[in-house]
Design a protein around this ligand. Structure first.
Ligand SMILES: Nc1ncnc2c1ncn2[C@@H]1O[C@H](COP(=O)(O)OP(=O)(O)OP(=O)(O)O)[C@@H](O)[C@H]1O
Ligand SMILES: CC(=O)N[C@H]1[C@@H]2OC[C@@H](O2)[C@@H](O)[C@@H]1O[C@H](C)C(=O)O
Length: 374
C-alpha cells in the first residue's frame, strides 16, 4: 500500500523549541517514520516569550517572529526528510501549530481569540509542501475553547475497548483526556480540558534560580520541601475549581502570577520548586480522580513525563491507578503532540472534523484549520 505521509510540527507553551514527526497513515494507524527536535534561536525564544505579554509594536514583532518560527519549522522539516530519505513531494501536508502567544476564548465578545504566531505561507514556500495552520480559530468561531485539541488524537491512539483510559499531557500547561472504553453502550463521550500549570512555572523558577532551562528528573524539587501554606495558596486559584470545558495558558499561569503568590516572603528556592511541582501533581491527580474515577491507567506524555519526581508524586496521589509514560503505549512522550498535528492536518485535508465538541464546548464538530498550498 502506498505511503500516506504527513508531518506534524509543535512548539508549545514550554517554549523549549520545536518537536516534529514524519508519520505514515497508510496502515490505518499512525506510524512515526522520523522524529526531530530543534531548540529556538535565543533571540527568537526571547521574542516569542515576550509576545505573551502586552508590549510595544506587537504587530510588527509578531509578524517577524512568525517568519522566524517558519524558518525554524522548515529546518525541522528538512531534518525529518533527510533522516528518513523522503522527498518533499511524497509528503501530503505539514500540520504546523505555530506558537501560542495569547489564548482568550469566549472573552470580550463571546468569541474571543487565540493567537498562534506563525507564517504558514513562508513555510509552504520554504518546504514545497502544503501547510495546514490556524487549527484553533474555527472551534472558537463555533463557540468552543479552541483547546485542548489532542483528545481526539489521544482517543485514536490510546483508547481501549474495555476500559477507561486517562491521558495526561504535561507540557508548559497540563491537559487531561478521559477516554471511556470504546465498547461503551450508548457511545463513549470523550472529555478533555486544561488542568493548569504543567512545566512552565517550574521551568521559569529553575531558570531564574539555577540557570537551568528545566529541573532534570525533578531532582531539584526532590531536594526541597513542599511549603504547605504556599501550596494551599496556589491551589486556591479559581481556575482549578472551574468546571470544564476550560482551557488556559501563560495568559494566567505566568511569572507575574507566581510573583504575586510569593509576595515578599523569602522562601528557599528549592522549597518553592518542590511546591510548584506538587501543585502540578495535585491539580492533575485531583482532576483524574474527579473526571476519570473509573480509570485504572494514566498514560503520561509531554516533556513532564520525563520528570521522574513528578511521576512518583502522581503515583502516590493516585493509588490503584497505573501511571506510565506513553512510551509503553505507542509513542514516546515528546512525539505525541507533534504526531497529533500530523493527524489533525490529515483530518483537515480530508475535510474531517478535528475538534471534539464534548471537550471544547463548541456547537458541534468542525473541520479545523486553513490550507496553504505549496
Ligand atoms: N528530563 C527531563 N526532566 C524533567 N523535565 C523535563 C525533561 N525533559 C523535558 N522536560 C520538561 O518538558 C518540557 C517540554 O515539554 P513539551 O515539549 O511537552 O512542552 P510543550 O509542548 O512546549 O508544552 P505544551 O504541551 O503546553 O504545548 C521542558 O520545558 C521541561 O519542563
Ligand atoms: C492555546 C494553546 O496553545 N493551548 C495549548 C496549551 O498546551 C497544552 C494545553 O495548553 C493544550 O490545551 C494546548 O495544546 C495542545 C496541543 C492541545 O490543543 O491539545
Amino acid at each position: 500500500m502506498a505511503a500516506e505521509l504527513f508531518i506534524g510540527l509543535m512548539s508549545g507553551t514550554s517554549l523549549d523549541g520545536v518537536d516534529g514527526v514524519l508519520a505514515d497513515f497508510s496502515g490505518g494507524r499512525i506510524a512515526v517514520q522520523a522524529y526531530a527536535t530543534a531548540q529556538f534561536p535565543v533571540t527568537l525564544r526571547a521574542e516569542l516569550l515576550a509576545l505573551n505579554t502586552p508590549g510595544d509594536n506587537e504587530l510588527h514583532r509578531a509578524a517577524l517572529a512568525g517568519n522566524g518560527l517558519a524558518r525554524a519549522y522548515a529546518g525541522v522539516v528538512a531534518q525529518l526528510l533527510a533522516d528518513s530519505g523522503t522527498d518533499a513531494k511524497a509528503v501530503t501536508a505539514v500540520g504546523a501549530h505555530g506558537q501560542t502567544v495569547r489564548h482568550r476564548p469566549l472573552e470580550f465578545d463571546e468569541v474571543g481569540y487565540t493567537l498562534q504566531v506563525n507564517n504558514p505561507s513562508l513555510l509552504a514556500e520554504l518546504t514545497g509542501i502544503d501547510v495546514v495552520g490556524d487549527f484553533r480559530s474555527r472551534d472558537l468561531a463555533a463557540g468552543g475553547q479552541g483547546a485542548p485539541l489532542v483528545p481526539a488524537f489521544h482517543r485514536a491512539l490510546f483508547a481501549r475497548a474495555d476500559e477507561t483510559v486517562a491521558v495526561l499531557n504535561i507540557g508548559g500547561i497540563s491537559n487531561l483526556s478521559l477516554l471511556p472504553a470504546t465498547n461503551t453502550v450508548g457511545g463513549a463521550t470523550v472529555l478533555g480540558f486544561d488542568c493548569g500549570p504543567g512545566n512552565a512555572l517550574m521551568d521559569h523558577w529553575c531558570q531564574t534560580n539555577q540557570g537551568q532551562p528545566f529541573d532534570r528528573g525533578g531532582q531539584w524539587a526532590a531536594s526541597g520541601q513542599v511549603l504547605p501554606a504556599l501550596l494551599s495558596q496556589l491551589l486556591a486559584d479559581p481556575y482549578f475549581a472551574k468546571t470544564p470545558p476550560k482551557s488556559t495558558g501563560r495568559d494566567l499561569f505566568n511569572p507575574t502570577w507566581l510573583a504575586a503568590q510569593l509576595g515578599t516572603t523569602t522562601m528557599a528556592p528549592a522549597d518553592v520548586q518542590a511546591t510548584l511541582t506538587e501543585l502540578t501533581a495535585q491539580v492533575c491527580a485531583a482532576d483524574v480522580k474527579s473526571y476519570g474515577k473509573d480509570s485504572k491507567l494514566l498514560i503520561v506524555c509531554g516533556g513532564g513525563a520525563l520528570n521522574d519526581h513528578l511521576l512518583d508524586r502522581l503515583r502516590v496521589l493516585l493509588p490503584g491507578i497505573h501511571v506510565a509514560a506513553s512510551t509503553d503505549h505507542g509513542l514516546p512522550p515528546q512525539q505525541v503532540e507533534a504526531a497529533a498535528f500530523a493527524w489533525l492536518a490529515r483530518a483537515t485535508v480530508r475535510r474531517e472534523a478535528g475538534n471534539l465538541a464534548s471537550v471544547t464546548g463548541a456547537r458541534g464538530a468542525r473541520v479545523l484549520g486553513a490550507i496553504y498550498p505549496a
